[in-house]
Design a protein around this ligand. Structure first.
Ligand SMILES: [Zn+2]
Length: 338
């Protein structure tokens, strides 16, 4: 057993920066990746190959054909499968020593502490600021370090957030940008090498933090196309409402039904106020009478003339074919009920 482990990680063990001690610390770590898109794919891949102990991969979406341009863990045959489970399956074949848990859920104020509260470190692979502020709230509250990352167009950013030591996300960016004010991969595109580079920087910083080494305390901004690299100094804000006042605005958001228009995808996501545990087989039998149904262990795809709906076991649904929230709610109520 010992011999097998040495050979698998030998290139890290002979590296001065990691060594036997570092490798042992990685082995004892539990890490979560929030979002399993282009960043999350590369992060999860590096962490599993590096031999961390446990990895939780959280993602709400299904693999789509236009993800394959940059999301390295997925193949054509994964299209239509939940991303976190497709990634789990691929990575279990890469390193069976790592305990990997794919979670098919939308991270929201109702479940964030439960999903993230027991890990040693969190990496950001999300595509929106609201979820990042939520992760920041959990991390500051529970004293968990996290590594922010983002990639769009030809550039990306990364920043380590270690509660009590560095600036938090709210210190650096005090206000949530207005919806539609930031460029997104859906609206301006993304060069497929950018997420790989940014995610590699994020993972390097995560390894340093897990191995209790010195880590970067600046905001890194890198334009890969123009080879323009900037380090921006950040300071803790002594009046920060999150890390000073401990006012966790995103985490304490009201629990209600939430709908989100999924930008650029002509889809609306609906999350019921209370998480349920739907009997998918039972629902499939009912819906078969009014449309086409495809069933997997964790979700069901239902198609009628008016829309296609992906329904997950916890009651969450993605209604495709509309970007109108009221219409999506109506379709949800009509076929799934409350
Ligand atoms: Zn702060």
């Amino acid at each position: 057993m010992q011999k097998k482990q040495v050979s698998r990680y030998s290139r890290h063990i002979i590296l001065e920066e990691i060594g036997e001690i570092g490798q042992k610390l990685l082995r004892e770590s539990t890490v979560a990746v929030v979002g399993c898109g282009a960043l999350g794919n590369v992060i999860a891949n590096h962490l599993v190959r590096a031999g961390i102990g446990r990895l939780r991969i959280i993602d709400r979406d299904l693999v789509e054909l236009d993800n394959l341009q940059r999301q390295i863990l997925f193949d054509e045959q994964d299209v239509g499968s939940p991303k976190s489970l497709a990634a789990q399956k691929k990575l279990e074949n890469v390193n069976s020593e790592v305990e990997i848990e794919g979670v098919v859920k939308d991270l929201n104020p109702n479940n964030a502490e439960k999903i993230l509260g027991d890990v040693n470190l969190i990496l950001d692979g999300t595509d929106n600021m609201e979820t990042r502020y939520l992760v920041n709230d959990v991390c500051v509250k529970k004293n968990i370090p996290w590594v922010y990352g983002g990639a769009v167009s030809t550039y990306g950013m990364s920043m380590n957030i270690v509660p009590q030591d560095t600036a938090c996300l709210v210190c650096a960016f005090p206000y949530l940008p207005r919806a539609g004010s930031l460029p997104t991969c859906d609206t301006v595109g993304v060069l497929n090498t950018v997420p790989s580079i940014i995610a590699s920087i994020q993972t390097t910083e995560a390894l340093k933090i897990l191995m209790k080494k010195e880590y970067n305390k600046e905001l890194i901004v890198y334009d890969v196309w123009n080879h323009d690299f900037k380090n921006i100094k950040l300071k803790r804000n002594s009046q920060c409402k999150c890390c000073t006042d401990r006012n966790f605005e995103y985490l304490s958001a009201k629990k209600s039904e939430r709908t989100t228009v999924l930008c650029g995808r002509n889809s609306v996501q609906i999350i019921p106020a209370l998480e349920s545990d739907i009997d998918l087989q039972h629902l499939a039998a009912r819906l078969k009478k009014v449309g086409n149904v495809k069933l997997s262990p964790v979700h069901l795809v239902f198609e009628t003339k008016e829309a296609a709906i992906n329904i997950f076991k916890d009651g969450r649904a993605i209604v495709k074919g509309t970007d109108n929230e009221t219409q999506a709610r109506t379709i949800y109520a009509k076929y799934i009920g409350n």
